[in-house]
Design a protein around this ligand. Structure first.
Ligand SMILES: Nc1ncnc2c1ncn2[C@@H]1O[C@H](COP(=O)(O)OP(=O)(O)OP(=O)(O)O)[C@@H](O)[C@H]1O
Ligand SMILES: [Mg+2]
Length: 140
């Protein structure tokens, strides 16, 4: 069933935890997961194009770090991990990607700015309402 899973990651503990759950799920079905991090234009455009390089590097670190944390678990479960960094509006990019044949999206309810009591962050809110495939929402 859940052989091909899309896992958006923002570098938060919550997104790492949801990625671990995705690996567990995929391991039951000899599947694969695709880690996706999206850089928002507002993350760099405010202070000018100069910091784009820096932002891209730190985005690369986010997916690398997530991938490294999942490595042992993935190897044991025979799960293939691929990863990608792209730019755009995170929610819109994820909703678009959900048309591409994934069996599920596994996403945490909150992320980096998840300090408040509100159940859903802006990204998980839009994704759970508009995705074109099943969404497994991980509450923390
Ligand atoms: N830029 C991003 N790229 C990929 N996935 C993201 C990105 N931002 C958020 N996500 C995913 O969505 C989950 C929920 O994050 P979300 O941004 O919705 O909540 P938040 O950070 O707590 O609140 P806010 O709406 O203030 O950003 C994250 O754990 C992560 O899995
Ligand atoms: Mg956020």
């Amino acid at each position: 069933m859940f052989k091909n899973i899309l896992v958006p990651v923002d570098g938060s503990d919550q997104s790492l935890h949801s990625a671990e759950i995705a690996v567990e799920l995929a391991a039951e079905h000899g599947g694969k997961i695709h880690l996706l991090h999206i850089i928002r234009p507002s993350d760099y455009s405010f202070t000018g194009i100069d910091i784009l390089d820096l932002v891209q590097k730190s985005a690369g670190e986010i997916v690398k770090h997530t991938e490294a944390s999942l490595k042992d678990m993935a190897e044991k479960g025979n799960v293939t991990i691929t990863s990608e960094v792209t730019m755009g509006n995170p929610a819109s990019v994820i909703v678009e990607r959900s048309k591409q044949g994934y069996d599920a999206i596994v996403i945490a309810s909150r992320g980096l700015s998840g300090l408040s009591e509100i159940l859903l962050g802006s990204v998980s809110n839009v994704v759970s309402h508009h995705a074109h495939c099943p969404v497994l929402l991980i509450r923390n």
